[in-house]
Design a protein around this ligand. Structure first.
Ligand SMILES: N[C@@H](CCC(=O)N[C@@H](CS)C(=O)NCC(=O)O)C(=O)O
Length: 221
């Protein structure tokens, strides 16, 4: 596999040869960012998807009884953000300097706060009135606040990308949160966020990501 712009080639070449297997339910959810990174990297992997009924068979294979989980050769690792930063680092989407990595992690955590608030409202709030209030807060407060911060970051950075001058995990996380991840229906990327809109289009215009998006399965979450 051809990998450019990577400083630590020996490790990368080893990684490029590793067999990767991603475990998740048959939806986008918390696994889709990993799939997007792997698509952008052009890395072959096994996308193992299972139903709710099949889940008890896989649960004991994961370190913490939850997915996403990523098997690298014969070891299974977990925690979505750890998986994303591992893959982003291996395939050159985690910035060049420690400060760039810091900024990317910051944005990943910022978007993750929104994703977690959305997941709590959508899946973990049973009382109908509480659910309605939680969804309203996500739509009217958490979402616009997150997009507002991202707009400012893009304005300051001035390259079209959230960090540095090339595609990074931060941009991929933004794409996922706004286009088809579990929380995207709660996020209104309207004309108040022109730079965010442009960045989403820029990420979609990446040849490998664009190809993946054109063929990926529909998913309600
Ligand atoms: N902090 C974990 C949370 C993972 C999580 O909540 N996974 C859910 C699916 S999105 C799960 O495995 N649910 C099944 C279960 O807990 O049995 C991460 O980010 O990976």
């Amino acid at each position: 596999m051809h990998v450019d712009r990577l400083p630590h080639m020996t490790y990368i070449e080893k990684m490029a040869d590793s067999a990767l297997k991603l475990y998740y339910f048959d939806g986008r959810g918390r696994a889709e960012v990993a799939r997007l990174i792997l698509a952008a990297a052009g890395k072959e992997y096994e996308d193992l998807r299972f139903s709710e009924e099949e889940w008890p068979k896989y649960k004991p294979l994961t370190p913490y009884g939850q997915v996403p989980a990523l098997q690298v050769d014969d070891v299974v690792y977990a925690q979505s953000n750890a998986i994303f930063s591992f893959l982003a680092r291996e395939f050159g989407f985690l910035g060049g300097s420690s400060l760039e990595i810091f900024k990317i992690d910051e944005i990943v955590n910022l978007v993750n706060d929104f994703v977690n608030a959305s997941a709590d409202a959508l899946f973990h709030t049973d009382d109908p009135a509480a659910k309605e209030a939680a969804l309203k807060k996500v739509k009217e407060v958490v979402g616009p606040r997150t997009l507002g911060f991202l707009e400012v970051i893009l304005e300051k950075n001035g390259t079209g990308y959230l960090v540095g001058d090339k595609l990074s995990l931060a941009d991929i996380v933004l794409l996922d949160a706004t286009t088809g991840g579990m929380a995207s229906n709660l996020l209104d990327v309207n004309d108040d966020y022109p730079l965010v809109k442009k960045t989403i289009e820029l990420v979609k215009s990446n040849e490998k990501i664009g190809k993946y998006l054109a063929t990926r399965k529909d998913s309600p979450w």
